[in-house]
Every structure is written in structure tokens, then in C-alpha cells.
Design a protein around this ligand. Structure first.
Ligand SMILES: Cc1ncc(COP(=O)(O)O)c(C=O)c1O
Length: 376
């Protein structure tokens, strides 16, 4: 079966009790037990809920894993994955990772003795050099945020395995439609389902997928114990969003490419970061490991005034945090996703005041281009 079909027919699309083509929203916290000596499959919605289960199983299939877990946000999914590690453990993470992930590692997990070294993961030797005797995990994000740097996933997995490290990846930008990291040997895939999986800017959610029984039980322990589970209504919205994942990803990517090529031709644009461009340093790697380039790109204007003018003039683009919706979103990393990263660190990473990130939606690309054009 081809992937586009699998999105809609994966064994979890029908309500097993009624045959309904939309999984009902089991808006319930607890379940009656008919036989106290033989408890039913469902006991309490924090441990399991049929709507959540349908969403979790769907994602497990789409990521080619065996176990999926849904969380109340992408950050809850990332935090709960990191919570399977122990006090004293060390993590190596992509340096221009999502700002929230940077914050939780440097301002929260550090309090419990989990330390992190951030490296430019595009150079595998940086990862090798950062590994210490107490390193236990590598956390990747590719394309990275907001500069769209590409990590060689197979290269990282090779190094991690040599040193006995767990590999985790934030696959939010690509979605399983374009990238399935478990197939490349990654241990744990994490999503902010708020973005492309949901696709409509109307729900927060997160997910973790693995194909290891042992890791699954450690993640489930945190999901159930910590309790940052996703509610049934939100699971339903995500199940509904996933049905159109292929159509959205294809069209949004096509427009992202058109916009990236247009930006490249503008004299007031100093850099364009989009892995789909043939001169992007990670272009060949992304082609070898993924089926597409995604619909997020960023660019730098020649002056701060011009960046501000664009953010003020746009009428079709929302100026907002987040990405992955059917509506195009323009965001300003220094004041939004990366506001918590210290200015000196941002400067070192190349996240400048003139940098604008675009999440391309389903509007006509010509209209989006006209709306962005400061000369229009
Ligand atoms: C790559 C990435 N990972 C994780 C998150 C966090 O997800 P959420 O906002 O659903 O908690 C975001 C949010 O922007 C993100 O862009």
C-alpha cells in the first residue's frame, strides 16, 4: 500500500464498535468495570482512552513504529521523552533547536542533574567530540529551527550506536509524510502535533513514537505517571487533520519552493534558508533521507527596517508564532520562538534581527509573494 493510502487506511480509521468513519470523541474520565476480577481494557482516561488510542496507533503506523503516545503539547512530548533519562545523564542536542526545547533543557532539566551540550549537528565530528562517559542520548532536530540546517540522521545514528546512546528526533518540521526517522535507525520520534499533523492552527498536541518495547514502557510510565496526556477532543481534531496530511504537505511544499526561489531573486534579501534549494548545504543529505523538504523556510533582509516593514505590511500572512497550518504564518524568531535564547548565543547561531521565518500554507503562492514584496 502506498503511503498516501496508509494515511487514510491504517487499521485505526474506523470505530471498532459501530463502524463509524470518524472515531467518536470518548469524552470520559473513567470506565465502569463489569468484573472486578477481570478489569476491562479501559480503566481511567489518563491510562488509556479509545480516541487517544486511535490517534496514538495511527501515528505509530505512519511513523512505521509500534507504539505511539499522545501528549498535551509538543513540549509535553519532548519533556516526557527527556524524563526517561536519569539524574547525572548528559545529552548532546542540536544547537539551533526549538527555543522551548533549549529552555527546558537549560532551565529545568539541569536542576535535576541532566546536563546538555549543544552542538552544530551538521558536522558529525562535533557530536563525537561532545560525547562524555555519562552521555546517554542525542536529541536532533532536522531541519533545525529557524535556520533549516540539515543533520545527517544515519551518520548520527551510527555514532550513537557506537557509544551506546539513545537517539531522539523532533520530526515536527517534516512530519512522517516526508521523513520517517525510525526507518533510519532513530529510537524515539517526537512531534509537536500542533503543527503539520493537526494542520489547522486549532489544537495543541504532542506525540512520541518508538518501535522498541523497552523504550515504549519507559515512555508510557512517564505519560501515565506524569500525566501530560492529550484530551479526547484534541485527539479527534488531530485524527481529522491527519487525513489531509498528504494533500497539505504536497501543496504547501510546492508553494514554499516557489517563494524560496522568488526570495533568491530579490536584491533586498541577503540569505534564503530552504533545504529544497539546490545550493542549500544540506540539500543532498535531505534528499537521501527524506521524501521532501517541508514548507518552512527563513530569509534575511538587508536591513532591520525592511524586515519590520514586511511584518507590518502583510495582510495574508499572519504574524504569529507557530507553523504548519493551512494559513501562512510569518514569524520573527528573535522575538518569538528564540526569545529565550540569550542574545549572544542567538548572534553566534546566526539568528539575526533581520531573520524572518515563513510557514507556507495553502493560499495561492502568487498572492503570498505579492503580499511579502516590500516593493509592491
Ligand atoms: C520544532 C518544534 N518542536 C516543538 C515545539 C513545541 O510544540 P508545542 O507548541 O506543541 O508545545 C515547537 C513549537 O513551535 C516546534 O516548532
Amino acid at each position: 500500500m502506498k503511503y498516501g493510502t496508509l494515511i487514510l487506511h491504517n487499521g485505526h480509521e474506523l470505530d471498532p464498535h459501530t463502524g463509524a468513519l470518524s472515531i467518536p470523541i470518548y469524552q470520559v474520565s473513567t470506565f465502569h468495570q463489569h468484573d472486578i476480577d477481570n478489569l476491562g481494557k479501559y480503566g481511567y482516561s489518563r491510562s488509556a482512552n479509545p480516541t487517544r488510542e486511535a490517534f496514538e496507533n495511527t501515528l505509530a503506523v505512519l511513523e512505521n513504529g509500534t507504539h505511539g503516545y499522545a501528549f498535551s503539547s509538543g513540549m509535553a512530548a519532548i519533556s516526557s521523552s527527556l524524563a526517561i533519562l536519569d539524574q547525572g545523564d548528559h545529552v548532546v542536542a542540536t544547537e539551533d533547536i526549538y527555543g522551548g526545547s533549549y529552555r527546558i533543557l537549560t532551565c529545568f532539566f539541569n536542576k535535576f542533574g541532566l546536563t546538555t551540550t549543544f552542538v552544530d549537528m551538521t558536522k558529525l565530528e562535533n557530536l563525537e567530540e561532545a560525547i562524555r562517559p555519562n552521555t546517554r542520548a542525542v536529541l536532533m532536530e532536522t531541519p533545525s529551527n529557524p535556520l533549516l540546517k540539515i543533520t545527517d540522521i544515519v551518520g548520527v545514528v551510527g555514532i550513537a550506536r557506537k557509544h551506546g546512546l539513545l537517539t531522539m528526533i523532533d520530526n515536527t518540521f517534516m512530519s512522517p509524510y516526508f521523513l520517517r526517522p525510525l526507518d533510519l535507525g532513530v529510537d524515539i520520534v517526537i512531534h509537536s502535533a500542533t503543527k503539520f499533523l493537526g494542520g489547522h492552527s486549532d489544537v495543541l498536541g504532542g506525540a512520541v513514537i518508538t518501535k522498541s518495547e523497552e523504550l515504549a514502557s519507559r515512555i508510557y510510565f512517564v505519560q501515565y505517571g506524569f500525566g501530560a496526556v492529550l484530551g479526547p477532543q484534541d485527539c479527534w481534531l488531530l485524527l481529522r487533520g491527519i487525513k489531509t496530511l498528504r494533500a497539505r504537505m504536497e501543496l504547501q511544499q510546492q508553494s514554499a519552493m516557489e517563494i524560496a526561489l522568488w526570495l533568491k531573486r530579490q536584491s533586498w534579501v541577503s540569505s534564503v534558508y530552504y533545504p529544497g534549494l539546490s545550493d542549500h548545504p544540506g540539500h543532498e543529505i535531505v534528499k537521501s533521507q527524506a521524501a521532501g523538504f517541508g514548507a518552512v523556510l527563513s530569509f534575511e533582509t538587508d536591513t532591520l527596517e525592511r524586515a519590520k516593514r514586511i511584518m507590518k505590511q502583510v495582510k495574508l500572512w499572519s504574524v504569529a508564532v507557530s507553523l504548519g497550518g493551512v494559513e501562512s504564518i510569518l514569524s520573527y524568531p528573535v522575538k518569538m520562538s528564540h526569545a529565550t535564547v540569550p542574545p549572544s548565543e542567538r548572534e553566534r547561531l546566526g539568528i539575526t534581527d533581520n531573520l524572518i521565518r515563513l510557514s507556507v500554507g495553502l493560499e495561492d503562492a502568487d498572492d503570498l509573494i505579492q503580499d511579502l514584496d516590500p516593493n509592491h
